[in-house]
Design a protein around this ligand. Structure first.
Ligand SMILES: *[C@@H]1O[C@H](CO)[C@@H](O)[C@H](O)[C@H]1NC(C)=O
Ligand SMILES: *[C@@H]1O[C@H](CO)[C@@H](O)[C@H](O)[C@H]1NC(C)=O
Ligand SMILES: *[C@@H]1O[C@H](CO)[C@@H](O)[C@H](O)[C@H]1NC(C)=O
Length: 456
């Protein structure tokens, strides 16, 4: 059964504001700001009861000034509680924990495997970070039973239980890998669970516990060419007989994402759907949902979409979906790392994306040249592309599942202030510093109401 994600929003009369929740002025209240970075690993983890988006390692190099590189600095961005949301520095790692490593939380630690070193050479390093102790430990082959996965980066991992994670693919030099590995914390063991599952790197991967399958989408193939619209289903239910089947292609319908790489991928249990975002210059920064039961795609064109990027970090805490950092790949195809944070709330889709953190330093804003207010910018929560009505209102493939409720998005064409939102919303993640309450924010629901012919 498919749940409809919007309807609950209408039980509360929230007057919401689109766009920006914290501004650059708010960011000035923060003690520090990371340099923009991409290819970090991380995600949403809870430490001492508070949710944070963590960011480990990554590359701060920018074509804006040719400075930066693969770093040993690590950060977290607080999502809960009141007051200004800031990036906070956590313990440096003893060495760079990776350019395109993976980070997976098992129990109280985050496990990071592989990634490029400061020369972008693939490694087989295995680190663990203590969320409670804010400390690093390198895991050595002598501490772990079994064989060890070969060096790689741009692979993907999924957590399949509190103590097990699965790793697939990746790249080392010109070699694109297709092997799959299981790390089992209870056994403190790596094991090879398949040696030719699918040749892929920079893919999106998400675990679906309902079906016991791993969904794989996008990335690049063995010839280092982007895959198209393919979606693979990898049945891992036969794990315990240590016989793993190959990933199989799944026929899908609707306007699915194409040629994504280094994008966000999640399974949303509440919708029984997959979510994909980012990783290409050729889409409109829409959120893609894949309705698993119907094998159908739909594209969610919310307002104030963050600028297109890849190699960002992201976090799902349904109904909220966060993205942060990344490389603004689409500007002259250079590397312009950024350190913003955005959230989309599936319970209030008409509010569009909201910017939770606007970088204050040149080095965090992506590329200085693109933050000059000329509407080419990457820093403002504005419609970054021509949000043509035909595209915003296009729920093709969505009507049968999620998107019948998009017609209600137009109901909220109200101009208000962020202060109204603070007093009327119950959402701590979307509240903002009272010091800046009262500054008007841009409302762009009109884009939807003015143009959406509202498919039924
Ligand atoms: C945050 O603000 C709300 C509303 O003013 C208040 O009820 C709550 O106690 C505050 N939480 C903290 C941790 O200060
Ligand atoms: C996974 O494989 C098992 C064993 O072959 C099978 O029973 C199950 O139906 C498969 N699951 C899916 C979702 O195809
Ligand atoms: C929203 O608009 C739809 C279609 O015009 C209407 O049926 C519905 O009653 C409206 N809802 C609210 C809360 O105004």
């Amino acid at each position: 059964m498919v749940l409809h994600f919007v309807l609950t929003a209408w039980t509360v009369s929230i007057v919401s504001v689109l766009g920006q929740v914290q501004s650059r002025e708010d960011a000035l209240l923060c003690a520090a700001e990371p340099w923009g970075r991409y290819s970090a690993s991380g995600g949403l983890y809870t430490a001492s009861g508070v949710q944070y988006i963590y960011s480990f390692g990554g590359d701060t190099r920018s074509h804006g000034d040719e400075r930066g590189g693969v770093v040993s600095t690590n950060w977290r961005f607080r999502l809960g509680g009141n007051g200004t949301k800031c990036w906070e520095r956590v313990a440096d790692s003893p060495a760079a924990v990776g350019y395109r490593s993976t980070a997976t939380a098992l129990n109280d630690h985050v496990y990071l495997f592989g990634g490029g070193d400061t020369s972008f050479a693939a490694t087989g390093h295995f680190w663990r970070y203590s969320l409670l102790g804010d400390s690093w430990e390198e895991m050595l082959p002598s501490q772990v039973v079994g064989p060890w996965p070969s060096a790689r980066y741009k692979h993907a991992t999924v957590k399949i239980s509190e103590t097990r994670m699965l790793l697939l693919g990746g790249r080392r030099d010109a070699t694109v890998l297709s092997d799959a590995w299981l790390f089992d914390l209870d056994q403190m063991a790596w094991s090879l669970v398949g040696d030719s599952i699918l040749q892929v790197y920079r893919h999106g991967m998400a675990y679906d516990p309902l079906r016991q399958v791993v969904w794989i989408h996008g990335g690049l193939d063995g010839n280092r060419q982007r895959y198209g619209t393919q979606l693979w289903r990898w049945n891992i239910s036969t794990f315990d007989s240590s016989h793993l089947e190959l990933a199989e292609l799944v026929p899908t319908t609707g306007p699915g994402p194409s040629r994504l790489a280094s994008h966000a991928a999640e399974y949303i249990p509440e919708l029984d759907a997959l979510l994909f975002w980012g990783g290409t210059c050729s889409d409109d920064a829409q959120l893609y949902l894949y309705d698993i039961a119907r094998s159908a795609w739909c594209a969610v064109y919310a307002g104030n979409r963050p600028d297109r990027r890849d190699a960002m970090i992201w976090a799902l805490d349904y109904p909220r979906f966060y993205v942060a950092q990344g490389d603004l790949i689409c500007h002259n195809f250079g590397i312009y790392p950024i350190v913003d944070v955005h959230v989309f709330d599936f319970a209030a889709p008409w509010a569009g994306w909201q910017m939770l953190y606007e970088p204050r330093n040149e080095r965090g804003t992506g590329a200085e040249a693109y933050c000059d207010g000329t509407n080419r910018g990457s820093c403002q929560p504005q419609p970054l592309l021509a949000e043509r009505g035909t595209r915003i209102s296009q729920p093709a493939g969505c009507e049968s599942g999620f998107m019948d409720s998009i017609s209600t998005w137009a109901n909220t064409s109200t101009t208000t202030t962020v202060a109204d939102e603070v007093s009327s919303t119950s959402s701590p993640a979307l509240s903002r510093a009272s010091a800046n309450a009262g500054r008007a924010a841009v409302v762009s629901a009109w884009v939807l109401s003015a143009t959406a012919p509202l498919s039924q």
